[in-house]
Design a binder for this molecule. Structure first.
Ligand SMILES: Cc1cc2nc3c(=O)[nH]c(=O)nc-3n(C[C@H](O)[C@H](O)[C@H](O)COP(=O)(O)O)c2cc1C
Length: 175
């Protein structure tokens, strides 16, 4: 499979550690493309409608190049820290821009990785999962996995071998 991973974190912290472990496993049998949401130049969707959900974005930035990479994938992995009960603004900005090729994004597999500073029974994880459930239903996506991790310190997940092994194994189970 072609797997595109959208990393919503700007720092090399917990989400980065998850993405790294997952992609090391998944990269054995799959083609991996990692999009660092904070590093690309994607402006927020202005809802101008010029794309008519098919033709791409009129913005003169990385929007089309980034959305093309997502359209090309068989599977999309969304990885994000939780900021204020939601995903990060950088990741949401890219998701909003997917509107410009919405009709080309159907029937994909997807996975969700969330890291946050509250225990995993907090409502925030469920709120975000529901958002992705509905997005997935709208686009006929198939959720392959959903992982949530409680981590506060920047290197907390990198120092938890059990989580790193779990994510590597998850990645290598995919093909
Ligand atoms: C702006 C901001 C907002 C945050 N909001 C939440 C929140 O709503 N709930 C929560 O549990 N943690 C929140 N956190 C903590 C992060 O989710 C947590 O530290 C996470 O492990 C960071 O992931 P990263 O290392 O990949 O950046 C917030 C952190 C920041 C910087």
């Amino acid at each position: 499979m072609k797997i595109v991973i959208l990393n919503g974190s700007a720092r090399k912290g917990n989400t980065y550690a998850c993405v790294k472990a997952f992609s090391e496993g998944a990269g054995v049998e799959n083609e991996i493309d990692i999009i660092e949401a904070d590093k690309v130049d994607v402006s927020p969707c202005k809802g101008c409608g010029a794309c008519i959900c098919t033709n791409g974005c009129v913005a003169k930035d990385d929007s089309n190049a980034v959305v093309d990479r997502i359209v090309a994938a068989d599977m999309i992995v969304f990885a994000s820290p939780i900021y204020w009960w939601g995903i990060t603004g950088q990741l949401k900005t890219i998701i909003d821009k997917c509107y410009c090729r919405g009709t080309h994004l159907k029937n994909k597999k997807y996975g969700l990785i969330l890291c946050a500073g509250s225990p995993t029974d907090d409502i925030e994880y469920e709120l975000i999962k529901k958002q992705f459930d509905e997005m997935g239903r709208y686009l006929a996506w198939d959720m392959v996995f959903y992982k949530k991790y409680y981590a506060n310190g920047k290197d907390e997940i990198a120092n938890k071998p059990q989580i790193i092994s779990e994510l590597k194994a998850l990645g290598s189970s995919l093909r």
